[in-house]
Design a protein around this ligand. Structure first.
Ligand SMILES: [Zn+2]
Length: 410
């Protein structure tokens, strides 16, 4: 009897389980007969709506930031490969291309064929790719209604919105692609912040407060070099906020804005599924770098201006570079003869940006108005350094070539 009871109990539980599981399975099967038409998008590019380009219309931006998105329900770090036909081959086969990270990467659904859907989205190489995936992966997500973020690759700024208003503007550094590593460009697109990942090492740089939005691309604090006593040194990264510098991540400002907001604040206050739009810069007028962007040169006859105080192209005897200037000073006759270094990739000279914009039909004034550099103080509210902090050295004598000839990819 004592031996039989557990057996009978087990049988009873097993029968109960079978009765319970059957209707559940039937329910699961029924739910897969979804109407995938509800996922269909127009197929327009994310950036076709000209109104969205106007950051001075925060209510319009807010509509985008709170709009429902379609993602692939595969986990935030699981790549979903797009195929050339249902059950076919990968559309692109490189290491960093042809796939989208599910859960956090927004896709557009263009066509439906049985259990397969034809979608488009930006892959890690910043390429808008199209291909087939299984329809059962589709999932709609309503973003957090508290905050939303636009990262503009052109102005290298993060714009934080809430409730239809611009809250603050932070300086960032998105990815700096090189010939050897074009995948370092931060992909454009529409993303969700899905994980509070924390700190990690990238070579010798300590990156912390990292929020995951696109696989290995994270929004995090501007990285530091950490001394043996734990002291953090931001001098090799912080001056470059406002220009491309990272390997794909979005490095974000440490100094608090006048609104009291920095990366730590974002880490503390953003919610799961906050939308982050990385605004593409293709086909747009070229924005001017922050006038206060720090640049370096060799006052002893250097011909180039550099983004890196310790630019590897410069002979060691001249390092660290002693000439310090602001980007705006490149308009002065004293500095306008300096040429952009081809190794450390400082921003293009303002005269060159003027010419590129004029070729597209934009005047300098128009573009600076669009950027908010004129008639709008929001852009400069985050600057933690004043112009007087920089030296104004004497006119550089263009006499020698400091370049060692070595091209280094970071
Ligand atoms: Zn350089």
């Amino acid at each position: 009897m004592t031996r039989e009871m557990p057996h009978k109990t087990a049988m009873f539980i097993l029968c109960a389980l079978m009765l319970w599981v059957r209707p559940l399975r039937a329910g699961v099967q029924a739910s897969t007969v979804l109407n995938y038409n509800e996922f269909i998008d127009t197929g327009d590019s994310w950036w076709n709506d000209r109104e969205f380009f106007n950051l001075d219309d925060p209510e319009r931006v807010w509509q985008y930031l709170t709009r429902e998105v379609t993602v692939l329900d595969s986990g935030a770090q699981t790549p979903v490969y797009l195929l050339d036909k249902p059950g076919g081959e990968r559309v692109k086969k490189g290491q960093y291309e042809g796939f989208l990270y599910g859960s956090s990467v927004s896709v557009h659904v263009l066509e439906i064929s049985g259990d397969w859907v034809y979608i488009e989205g930006y892959d890690m190489t910043d390429d808008l790719i199209q291909g087939w995936v299984r329809a059962s992966l589709l999932k709609k997500v309503t973003p957090s209604a508290l905050y939303g973020i636009v990262v503009d690759k052109q102005s290298q700024r993060l714009y934080l919105y809430s409730n239809g208003q611009l809250v603050t503007t932070l300086k960032v550094s998105t990815g700096l692609p090189t010939k050897a590593k074009p995948h370092q460009e931060t992909a454009a697109g529409e993303y969700l912040i899905v994980s509070w990942t924390g700190g990690f090492w990238a070579d010798n740089l300590w990156c912390e407060l990292a929020l995951r939005f696109n696989g290995g691309d994270l929004l995090h604090l501007v990285p530091s070099l950490v001394a043996v006593d734990g002291t953090k040194d931001y001098s090799t990264t912080e001056p470059y906020l406002g220009q491309r510098a990272s390997h794909g991540c979005i490095r974000t400002q440490r100094v608090k804005t006048s609104e009291g907001i920095n990366m730590q604040w974002l880490w503390d206050n953003l919610k799961m599924n906050t939308k982050l739009i990385v605004w593409d810069d293709d086909g747009r007028p070229m924005h001017y770098p922050d006038p206060d962007t720090v640049l370096y040169y060799n006052p002893d006859g250097g011909r180039y201006y550099h983004a890196d105080e310790r630019c590897p192209s410069v002979r060691d005897t001249f390092l660290p570079l002693k000439g310090i200037m602001r980007y705006e000073q490149l308009r002065d006759s004293t500095f306008s003869r300096l040429v952009a270094c081809a190794t450390c990739n400082p921003p293009l000279p303002p005269q060159r940006v003027d010419a590129l914009n004029e070729a597209q039909g934009y005047t300098r004034e128009q573009v600076e108005m669009m950027q908010g550099l004129r008639g709008n103080s929001a852009i400069d509210a985050d600057s933690g350094v004043t112009a007087s902090a920089y030296t104004t050295p004497s006119e550089p004598m263009i006499v020698s070539d400091e370049i060692s000839g070595e091209i280094v990819f970071e």
